[in-house]
Design a protein around this ligand. Structure first.
Ligand SMILES: Nc1nc2c(c(=O)[nH]1)N[C@H]1C(S)=C(S)[C@@H](COP(=O)(O)O)O[C@H]1N2
Ligand SMILES: [Mo]
Length: 327
């Protein structure tokens, strides 16, 4: 964690500071106090997230489900990020504010996993995620992901359209937003002791955004079940928005008529908003958003408006020019 010295136009947010700089010393002291001894991958795997993941996947009787056919509709403009970088450089503040939380996240027990679907729906229900994912055909999609901190990756997600779940649920006509809430279990994750964060992590979307064909409920990556550090067993991916709009390890999906205030917007409303669409021309208050570093490389690429997905989503925002669409 670094203090704010000056505007970091020449530096990326990634190197200047992580997202919650406002927390400053208090957070730093709290974070150090909150370090707990977490059982983690055994010594044999301790240095190698891929070897650990291999072992987990091999033990998973349902692993074949995740080798889903790749959809040709979303071609990439750059090479895929190597798995070893994508699965070991994560933001998951429940497990800590550093990027190397993959070991700590192994404490997340992802089976069985209950998902509650409630709010403005005809029938609120709680479903088992293993059963849920068998209701919908899985597909693989290669998408870019752009973190507001200035790093990016290109990965093959496995999942099903959020629209398919919404059509199954048939929310009431009064539903205007859909809200996703992440797991909340202070017994397994040290971040929850950092009480200045507005737990649980939540993020929401308009119904039109949620119904867009790009919006994906993700259960796997690289043809395998998601590793815990990437949000197993179920997370949201909306690739035209900054990464913080893509909540992990979801336990609740609620339909509502009120615009939700997400985790980062609640923490720092001057820096993070509801829409959070990617735009290289709109800087973060503390750093430029013009370029991005691809994980596993030193290469910086120009960031694309809507993260390159304007063809699918620009139309969603045509009537909303007065809104702060890009932060
Ligand atoms: N529950 C939860 N979801 C989260 C976060 C988090 O801290 N907690 N971080 C977000 C941020 S800032 C980013 S960039 C992405 C990172 O996803 P990845 O670690 O799978 O690359 O997850 C998002 N979803
Ligand atoms: Mo992020």
């Amino acid at each position: 964690m670094h203090p704010i010295r000056r505007r970091g136009w020449e530096i990326s947010g990634e190197r200047l500071t992580p997202e919650p700089v406002v927390l400053g010393r208090r957070a730093l002291v709290g974070a150090m106090a909150a370090v707990v001894a977490t059982p983690s991958p055994s010594a044999a795997f301790g240095r190698d997230p891929i070897a650990w993941w291999d072992a987990q996947v091999t033990a998973n009787p349902a692993r074949d489900l995740y080798a889903a056919p790749r959809s040709p509709a979303y071609p990439l403009d750059r090479p895929l990020t190597e798995a070893r970088y994508a699965i070991a450089y994560n933001n998951f503040y429940e497990f800590g504010a550093q990027k190397d939380i993959w070991r700590a996240a192994q404490r997340l027990e992802t089976t069985p996993w209950s998902l509650t679907i409630d709010g403005l729906v005809p029938t609120p229900r709680t479903v088992d995620v293993d059963a849920l994912i068998r209701r919908f055909p899985l597909e693989e999609r290669t998408y870019r992901l752009r973190c507001v901190e200035g790093w990016a990756m290109a990965v093959p997600w496995v999942g099903f359209p959020l629209a398919a779940l919404i059509r199954w649920i048939e929310p009431l006509g009064s539903a205007r937003y859909v809200v996703f809430e992440s797991f909340h279990n202070p017994r397994i994750a040290p971040g929850f002791r950092q009480a200045w964060y507005p737990w649980p992590y939540l993020e929401g979307f308009t119904m039109a955004e949620a119904m867009n064909e790009l919006s994906l409920l993700v259960v796997g990556i690289y043809g395998r079940p998601l590793p815990p550090q990437m949000g197993a067993p179920l997370r949201v991916i909306t690739p035209w928005k900054y990464g913080f709009k893509q909540p992990k390890s979801v336990v609740r999906i609620s339909f509502t008529d009120r615009r939700p205030v997400g985790f980062w917007e609640r923490l720092q409303p001057n820096e993070y908003g509801f829409w959070a669409n990617v735009n290289p021309a709109v800087p973060h208050p503390r750093w430029s958003q013009a370029t991005e570093r691809m994980l596993g490389t030193d290469e910086r690429r120009p960031t694309l408006i809507w993260n390159g997905y304007g063809e699918w989503v620009a139309g969603l925002y045509e009537g909303l020019r007065h809104e702060r669409l890009f932060a």
